[in-house]
Design a protein around this ligand. Structure first.
Ligand SMILES: NC(=O)c1ccc[n+]([C@@H]2O[C@H](COP(=O)([O-])OP(=O)(O)OC[C@H]3O[C@@H](n4cnc5c(N)ncnc54)[C@H](OP(=O)(O)O)[C@@H]3O)[C@@H](O)[C@H]2O)c1
Length: 306
């Protein structure tokens, strides 16, 4: 069955990969954009204009698109970190509320929204399921703001009265346009030997190629079921494994090691946490319920490839 899909975030990293996949499956894709010129080069069926933080504008734009499915891929993490985190938290709380209200008013049936697989609290085993609690008590104010906003997004999407809600908790994205691309912030740091390896580096990362994120989103658009799903590859890896391998793939020298206690000061809280304590995520549920599996099962084959 094909559907009228409203995509908020069509000009973003996942959105740009998602639009051609949806259209190839016969879906009619309308993008909700705040600035139409940003959609240049994205082949869409239609465009509606609204800032996601403006409830009235979102309502009018979604009404005009008359979608059956709404896809929420909104974030705004570029630029100064604190500002990006605060605005992205608002997109996850207020933006989500506006989209849900507008989708319900327009008679939509489903909403599919982006969340984060690595927002779980670092407790329990190295690889966690969707049932693990979120890191709401994170010691870093920016990360606590993020995990609380993610929790609110998930509560709203899964708690709508009139829509079937799907939450896709994407893993650490890599591929074109991401921080892990060789030109991205992390790729460039690893290539220059500027991302040291804490000792011990027991944090676990579950990676996800952008194309696999887009493919999983198509599965979620087309499914009947709702729920929360980790969307990650099959190869969760400790930093002690992936960071030296990433450096090798980039042709960079092996990362130098630093004591774990210095990692936070040298790398910032979030990267230090990722490398020393973060947990990976299991993808059993999405495989069964949405019949999705990663086309790139391991980051090893593509982390440095695009
Ligand atoms: N799981 C993960 O690892 C994960 C998750 C999210 C982001 N990231 C990383 O963060 C970087 C990109 O971050 P990004 O946050 O800039 O995401 P992005 O994927 O580049 O863009 C997000 C989308 O949201 C739209 N948007 C933002 N604010 C809006 C508003 N007020 N109203 C309407 N639309 C709005 C943007 O539109 P405009 O084109 O107008 O800006 C864009 O289409 C990438 O490196 C990505 O890999 C990683």
């Amino acid at each position: 069955m094909t559907a009228r899909v409203l995509l908020a975030g069509a000009t973003g990293v996942i959105g740009r990969a998602l639009v051609p996949l949806l259209r190839a499956r016969g879906h009619q894709v309308t993008a909700l954009v705040r600035e139409p010129s940003r959609a240049a080069g994205v082949e869409l069926d239609d465009i509606v204009v609204a800032d996601a933080l403006d409830a009235g504008a979102v309502r009018a734009a979604v009404a005009a698109a008359r979608p059956e499915v709404v896809v929420h891929q909104l974030s705004t993490l570029r630029g100064p970190a604190a500002e990006g985190l605060a605005r992205t938290a608002r997109l996850r709380t207020e933006g989500t509320a506006h989209l849900i209200a507008a989708a319900e008013a327009a008679g939509a049936e489903r909403i599919v929204a982006q969340s984060i697989a690595f927002a779980t609290a670092p407790r329990g085993g190295p690889v966690l399921t969707e049932d693990a609690p979120l890191h709401l008590d994170a010691p870093d104010p920016g990360w606590a703001l993020t995990t609380r906003a993610v929790a609110e997004l998930e509560r709203r999407v899964l708690g709508t009265a009139r829509l079937t809600g799907v939450v896709l908790r994407y893993g650490t994205l890599y591929g074109p346009g991401t921080r892990y691309h060789r030109d991205g912030a992390i790729g460039a740091a690893v290539a220059r030997g500027r991302l040291p390896l804490p000792e011990p580096a027991a944090g676990v990362t579950s990676f996800l190629h952008v194309e696999d994120a887009a493919r999983a989103t198509v599965s979620a658009v087309e499914a009947d079921t709702g729920g929360v799903f980790n969307v990650v590859d099959d190869d969760p890896a400790e930093a002690a494994v992936w960071l030296p391998e990433y450096a090798r793939l980039l042709g960079a020298p092996p990362p130098r090691t630093v004591p774990a206690q210095l990692a936070e000061r040298m790398l910032g809280w979030l990267t230090g946490y990722q490398l020393t304590a973060m947990r990976g995520a299991a993808n059993d549920r999405v495989r069964q319920a949405l019949n999705w599996k990663p086309a790139t099962p391991s980051w090893r084959t593509r982390l440095a490839a695009d």
